[in-house]
Design a protein around this ligand. Structure first.
Ligand code: ADP
Ligand code: MG
Length: 274
C-alpha cells in the first residue's frame, strides 16, 4: 500500500508545489492521476518513488516512510516510467538495457538473464538493436519493458501514451492492462481521458498542488464541478451518459411521453421538429 499523509513538497523553498496531499492506494488498484499542467502530478509520482522527499507530512510504502528506505529498496517495490523515456535509457543495446536494472540492484545471474530473454520475446525486440536508433514508440516500449522485467509490485507511469500514435498507444496500454491483471498496482498520470476511462478504476484529480476529487472513474468524470475545476474533457462515454438525463428530461416533458398510438407519436414528433 502507498499512503500520503498531509504531504507538502517543493523544489524551491519559496514555492509550494504540493500543499497537504493525502490519499491511500491499496495493492492491486489501477489509479489515474489527472489535472491541468503544473497541478503537481509528476511531483506526486516522484515522491512515490523516493526521488523527492516531503517537506512535511509522510509518504509511506507498505507502512514505511520513504525517508527510511534506500533508493534500491524503493526501486524493488516501485517501477517508474518517466514522462520522457529517453531520460531512462542509457545502454548501447536493447539486451544491456533490459539487464541494467538487475545490475543496479546487484541481481545479475541466470534468473535475470532468463527474465530478459522472456521479455525480449514477449515484446518482439531485437536484442542487438541500439536503443537510441529506435523510433519514439519502440523506445517507450523498451523503457516500459525495462520495468516489467524487474516485476515490481507497483508500477508508476507518468504520461505513458504521450507522443505515441494510436497503434503504439494500444500496444503500451495492452501491456499495462496485462500487468494489472497479473496483480500489479498501477498508478498512471494521464491527460488522455479516453485512456483513463477505458483503463483506470479510480481517478485522483489534482489542481494547484492539491487533490480536488478522488473516487471511482465514472463518478469523478461525471462530476461537472470537478470537470470545470480541473479543465477536464470527459471521455465520450461519459459525455453521452451526461447528455442522457437531458434526453430523459425532454422526453418526460414532451407530448411524445404521453402518446399512446403511432398516430399520436407522429403528431408529437412533427410538433417537436417544428
Ligand atoms: N524540477 C523542478 N524544479 C523546479 N520546479 C519544478 C520542477 N518540476 C516541477 N516544478 C514545478 O512544480 C509545479 C508542479 O509541476 P509538476 O509536478 O511537474 O506538475 P504536472 O505533472 O501536474 O504538470 C509546477 O509549477 C512546476 O513548474
Ligand atoms: Mg507532469
Amino acid at each position: 500500500m502507498i499512503e500520503f499523509r498531509d504531504v507538502h513538497a517543493s523544489y524551491d523553498a519559496d514555492i509550494k508545489v504540493l500543499d497537504g496531499v493525502s490519499f491511500q492506494i491499496q495493492d492491486g488498484e489501477f489509479v489515474a492521476f489527472v489535472g491541468t499542467n503544473g497541478a503537481g502530478k509528476s511531483t506526486t509520482m516522484r515522491l512515490m518513488n523516493g526521488l523527492l522527499k516531503p517537506d512535511a507530512g509522510v509518504v509511506l510504502i507498505d507502512g514505511v516512510p520513504t525517508t527510511q528506505l534506500k533508493t534500491s529498496q524503493i526501486a524493488r517495490q516501485v517501477g517508474f516510467l518517466f514522462q520522457n523515456p529517453d531520460s531512462q535509457i542509457c545502454s548501447n543495446t536493447v539486451r544491456e538495457e533490459l539487464l541494467f536494472g538487475f545490475k543496479a540492484l546487484g541481481e545479475v545471474g541466470p534468473d535475470a538473464e532468463a527474465r530478459v530473454d522472456g521479455v525480449i520475446k514477449e515484446f518482439g525486440f531485437d536484442p542487438d538493436d541500439d536503443p537510441f536508433l529506435l523510433n519514439r514508440g519502440t523506445r517507450q516500449l523498451l523503457a516500459l519493458a525495462s520495468i516489467v522485467v524487474l516485476a515490481p509490485p507497483v508500477v508508476i507511469l507518468d504520461e505513458p501514451t504521450t507522443g505515441l500514435d494510436y497503434k503504439e498507444c494500444v500496444k503500451v496500454m495492452d501491456i499495462i492492462r496485462r500487468l494489472h491483471e497479473a496483480g500489479t498496482t498501477i498508478v498512471m498520470v494521464c491527460h488522455d481521458m479516453e485512456v483513463v476511462g477505458d483503463f483506470a478504476k479510480r481517478v485522483v484529480v489534482m489542481s494547484q498542488g492539491g487533490v480536488v476529487d478522488d473516487g471511482p472513474t465514472f463518478d469523478v468524470l461525471r462530476n461537472p464541478q470537478t470537470l470545470t475545476r480541473a479543465s477536464l474533457i470527459p471521455p465520450q462515454i461519459v459525455d453521452i451518459s451526461l447528455a442522457l438525463p437531458l434526453v430523459d428530461e425532454r422526453l418526460a416533458t414532451s407530448p411524445l411521453a404521453f402518446a399512446n398510438t403511432t398516430d399520436e407519436m407522429q403528431a408529437a414528433i412533427a410538433q417537436e421538429v417544428c
